[in-house]
Design a protein around this ligand. Structure first.
Ligand code: SF4
Length: 486
């Protein structure tokens, strides 16, 4: 499909909106508008006179439709007006009404919070429903999530920060994964030098935090699958954290122990002894056929056994991740999974929607999304919403990604008071995140002027190892950023 753009700059929004309706299409965007447009296409044009006339047109096979409307040229909403015209045509053509309306951004809750700064709750909800075309169900979810997020954001103070530690290794690659995660078979020889340098980077990063008098609110060790490290390697990394960072005010220390096939009693004991108080054990599904199809080398029973082992080791905050829309998963099997997970009674459950990332094996193998799957995912999420509320969970953070099945969302649910606060801080960009390890991105935040600056570490473990000195150099920016802004 070609998107023709004439006399405006809203390429990005137009393309993203088209992608909501045509998730499998290759979309090309161009400013070159020939006399004869090539079908299938979306044509959008601005004609600026006293007012701005917006023309939109689609042609797909024999199907043709168009809209035209005039708006005040100085309107700050021209981008939205354009989106609404395109949206209207595409809803009519596809028969699909996206639950998040014209919203294509990652952080709808942050947008909702911004609206609340200037309007009442009722007006903000109305704006979501009537102007942005967000469904009643998703608007209610946004209202509830925002309330819980806000309580966590309020915990953050001036000079608060969080620490992220990346361990980009996994026992095997899941078919839906797009992370730069190296499978152990291929990268085993890198794990030891990686661990050593990670400890060094932690020491160096802690020095900045100390000198600048920063206050550590939360620590998150993710990846990848951190528990791919041996118990001894975990011990070294966690000791580097404990010995170098001031954890006296730290409210949460999470480790993603994502894959049950990497978790042992010895590792759990090390993690616990080093002060980690929240772990995430991620079943994704309790359907063994689906687990096999997505390339996870463990069974549903392994997940349950690992969960019970973690309880016996004394973990009182366990999160479990599920994914709605995995290949060959039906609404019934998802519901069965969720019912069994809630029986285990973890403190928090994160419900993701499958996103068809371009670099995932699934996408590379030609998997596409269809309307039936989108409808099944809508059923799964509606069920989750009811079931989790009924079991005493609240939604406390939410984000969206591109190419999600049915254009849905990922939502973190927890028992009240058991929210994963790091998730909220990161999604809201509340404060600085100092990040260590391959693929990690440090985000320096200054709140008065809302300044956000990023420092990127190298993505791949071998680059991280070979060019570690360059990372040390880049991180000097932490010191100068605070000198400039505080
Ligand atoms: S465990 Fe997570 S990071 Fe590792 S391959 Fe699977 S989805 Fe990717």
């Amino acid at each position: 499909m070609i998107i023709y753009i004439k006399n405006h700059e809203f390429h990005y929004e137009t393309e993203n909106l088209a992608r909501v309706f045509f998730p499998n299409e290759k979309i090309e965007v161009t400013n070159t508008v020939p006399d004869e447009l090539i079908s299938p296409y979306i044509y959008t044009a601005f004609d600026n006179g006293e007012n701005t006339a917006i023309t939109t047109e689609i042609r797909i096979g024999d199907y043709q439709d168009s809209r035209k409307a005039e708006f005040r040229t100085d309107s700050s909403d021209l981008e939205l007006e354009l989106a609404l015209l395109i949206y209207d045509m595409l809803v009519k053509y596809t028969g699909v009404t996206p639950p998040w309306g014209v919203l294509t951004g990652v952080r709808p809750i942050k947008l909702f919070r911004r609206l609340l700064q200037d309007t009442s709750l009722e007006e903000a909800a109305d704006y979501f429903k009537k102007r942005l075309m967000v469904s009643e169900e998703k608007t209610n979810l946004a209202i509830e999530t925002e309330k819980h997020e806000q309580a966590i954001i309020a915990l953050s103070q001036d000079k608060s920060y969080s620490l992220y530690i990346s361990v980009p290794f996994c026992p095997s690659r899941c078919s839906y994964c797009s992370f730069v995660s190296a499978s152990v078979e291929r990268a085993k020889h890198l794990i030891e030098p990686y661990t050593e340098l990670l400890c060094r980077e932690l020491e160096e990063t802690a020095e900045y935090a100390k000198k600048l008098g920063l206050r550590l609110e939360s620590v998150y060790m993710g990846g990848g699958t951190p528990t791919t490290l041996s118990a001894e390697q975990m011990q070294r990394v966690l000791t580097a954290v404990n010995n170098n960072f001031d954890l006296s005010e730290c409210r949460e220390f999470t480790i993603e122990a994502g894959r049950p096939d990497t978790i042992t009693e010895e590792k759990l004991n090390v993690i616990k002894a080093c002060g980690v108080d929240r772990i995430s054990i991620n079943p994704q599904t309790l359907n063994d056929d689906v687990l096999r199809i997505i390339g996870r080398r463990h069974t549903a029973q392994d997940t349950i056994d690992t969960f019970l082992l973690a309880r016996r080791c004394g973990f009182t905050h366990i999160n479990m991740d599920l994914i709605a829309g995995l290949p060959s998963e039906t609404a019934e099997s998802f519901i069965d999974t969720l019912d069994r997970i809630t029986q285990l009674d973890p403190e928090s459950i994160t419900i993701h929607t499958l996103a068809m990332k371009r670099s995932s094996t699934l996408t590379q193998d030609g998997k596409t999304l269809n309307k039936e799957e989108a409808e099944a995912v809508a059923q799964m999420l509606s069920y989750a919403n009811k079931k989790l509320h009924a079991c005493g969970y609240i939604p406390y953070y939410l984000y969206r990604q591109s190419r999600m099945t049915g254009n849905m969302e990922n939502t973190g649910w927890s028992k009240p008071g058991r929210e994963g606060i790091y998730n909220v801080f990161v999604m809201d960009e509340t404060h600085t995140v100092l990040a260590c390890g391959a693929g990690a991105v440090t985000k320096l935040k200054e709140n008065k002027n809302n300044t956000l600056e990023r420092i990127f570490n190298f993505k791949y473990p071998y680059e991280y190892i070979d060019r570690f000195n360059e990372i040390t150099e880049r991180k000097k920016r932490i010191g100068t950023f605070y000198a400039e802004h505080y």
